[in-house]
Design a protein around this ligand. Structure first.
Ligand code: GLN
Length: 539
């Protein structure tokens, strides 16, 4: 029998429901197969075409589904690989419902939000749990209770519990405990009100997680317990932390597993030794490294969430803190300004991106790193801009460009390949998801993946990373790049696409067309990030 843990949120958005759910999942994952499911209220089919400034990073799964950042937390905390069926959006729910109706599956009936739409959601959850052989399905309902767009998910959760019973469906509610200015006292009223909103929907929480600046006091726990109908040991503090990776231990120490055991009968006994060791290297590092992320969405750090996480994972591996400096490349007007903006850093990342804003600045940053032997890692756009920089400044084609920005360039070193050209539907035309690359023998890329124990070896090493891009390095120019000293150290299996590049004469100059940050976790840091931080340390 699958056990369901449904996580809802109250009072405010942005409290870290995904991290809280993932932390609970982490504690259970040592003994049980935990399958996360995320339910988003928006009517977009997926977040692929949403602006990262509005919505944070777009995360990509192995199967190519674009999902929101919470899947990053799930995969990192649960050491699992998710698929697209684990993300429901109202866009997808209505789309499927409409198709069912047209196929005549409701023949004779009036199709209604309840029970048909809500029932479709319940069936979806069950199907995911079954198809993955889940012991525990961890269902996160997006938004804040009271939001109109998430009502159907709440109704689905209520009916699931009434169908399967309290011993199979547990409700966990994350709320916020403010300390109003001038009062200097934690307040429980918003929590009482949000629980009351849940109760109006037929849901009574079994545990309440209290996000707050500092740990919630016992008197607040007592009050919440009394007014919200939960045992006092089921009111769990979720204070602000330096590192999200310390949250599972915080819940563990407050004995959340007993609350789960009392409700669902699950008897988890996680061994947190290795996890704690790695968290401690983040919390108490012995060294310090500074890495610049040169991008255009620097105003919202969430748009580079996985890159940031991957850096912390690599830092924990090397027992160094990684301080991140966000550099808005619109300010990097020439190599001189790159020099002054990057003077105090140990390594540079140019992350993924789209369009023209800030890209000359990124190219200046690449040049500064190349010419001054500063460790550089290019991710996707960061690879494309690195080859543009080489083409312009080493091969002598000052006009070299990507056709994404300059369709009329005489040297289209980065271009859409002929078989992709007739695509007009922006919502689903990217090269998305996991693709293999074959690494060349003796390359730095091979060495780095080998020492992480990743990849499959025949005579050469094949590695798999996730992608999200439209453009490619134009194969017509591979030869010229190689003659200029570039090593194309990873190619697609058909030998056509440059997946990894490096400069062998440089201390560490690597770039990939993929997004290795999407598969990094504290326990398995992404090899290229480990390489970069290692090189930065030496530097
Ligand atoms: N804009 C580039 C492309 O579409 C790079 C995308 C990215 O960095 N994710 O190919």
């Amino acid at each position: 029998m699958v056990k369901y843990i449904v996580v809802t949120g109250g009072v405010l958005s942005g409290l870290g429901k995904g991290v809280a759910a993932a932390s609970i999942g982490h504690l259970l994952s040592y003994d049980y197969k935990v399958v996360p499911i995320k339910c988003d209220g928006y009517l977009n089919v997926d977040p692929g075409t949403m602006n990262p400034i509005e919505h944070g990073e777009v995360f990509v799964l192995d199967d190519g589904t674009e999902v929101d950042m919470d899947f990053g937390h799930y995969e990192r905390f649960l050491n699992t690989t998710c698929n697209g069926r684990q993300n429901l959006t109202m866009g997808k729910v209505f789309h499927e419902l409409y198709e069912k109706e047209r196929k005549g599956e409701f023949l004779g009936k009036t199709v209604q939000l309840v029970p048909h739409a809500s029932g479709h959601i319940v069936d979806w959850w069950k199907e995911v749990a079954k198809s993955q052989d889940a012991d525990v399905a961890l269902v996160e309902i997006g938004g804040t209770v009271g939001d109109m767009e998430n009502e159907l998910y709440l109704e689905a959760a209520r009916s699931l519990r009434s169908e399967l019973g309290k011993e199979n469906v547990m409700f966990v509610h994350l709320t916020y405990i403010p300390i109003p200015g001038g009062v200097n006292e934690q307040k429980s009223k918003p929590t009482q009100q949000s629980v009351s909103l849940l109760m109006q929907r037929g849901i009574s929480p079994d545990a309440i997680l209290c996000r707050s600046r500092e740990q919630v006091s016992d008197s607040i726990k007592r009050k919440i317990s009394m007014f919200c109908n939960v045992p006092q040991n089921a009111v769990i503090g979720a204070p602000d932390v330096t590192s999200v990776y310390s949250i599972p231990k915080g819940f563990y120490e407050q004995d959340i597993l007993t609350v789960i055991k009392n409700t669902l009968g699950l008897d988890a006994k996680p061994d947190l030794t290795d996890w704690t060791k790695r968290v401690n290297s983040i919390l108490f590092p012995t060294k310090k490294t500074t890495v610049a992320i040169c991008g255009k969405y620097t105003a919202l750090e969430d748009s580079y969430a996985s890159v940031v996480e991957a850096l912390h994972h690599a830092g924990a591996y090397h027992d160094t803190s990684v301080e991140i400096k966000f550099v808005d490349t619109e300010n990097v007007v020439d190599v001189q300004s790159a020099k002054s903006l990057l003077s105090d850093i140990d390594a540079v990342i140019v992350p993924g991106g789209f369009g023209s804003r800030g890209i000359e600045g990124k190219i200046n940053a690449v040049r500064y790193c190349r010419e001054n032997n500063i460790p550089y890692l290019g991710l996707c756009y960061g690879l494309q801009l690195a080859v543009i920089e080489l083409m312009r400044n080493v091969c002598g084609h000052p006009d070299a460009h990507t056709t994404e920005v300059n369709p009329d360039t005489t040297t289209p070193i980065v271009d859409i390949l002929p078989d992709q050209k007739n695509v007009t539907d922006l919502g689903g035309t990217l090269r998305l998801g996991a693709y293999p690359a074959i690494l060349s023998g003796g390359s730095l890329a091979e060495k780095i993946y080998d020492s992480a124990g990743l990849g499959v070896r025949n005579s050469l090493l094949t590695v798999s990373e996730r992608h999200r891009h439209r453009y490619e390095v134009n194969p017509k120019y591979h030869k010229e790049l190689i003659e200029a000293g570039l090593k194309i150290s990873g190619l697609s299996p058909d030998g056509r696409l440059a997946e990894f590049i490096e400069l062998p004469t440089h201390k560490f100059f690597m770039a990939t067309q993929a997004h290795p940050e999407l598969k990094s976790s504290l326990q398995k840091p992404a090899p290229l990030f480990v390489g970069l931080v290692g090189a930065a340390k030496k530097y």
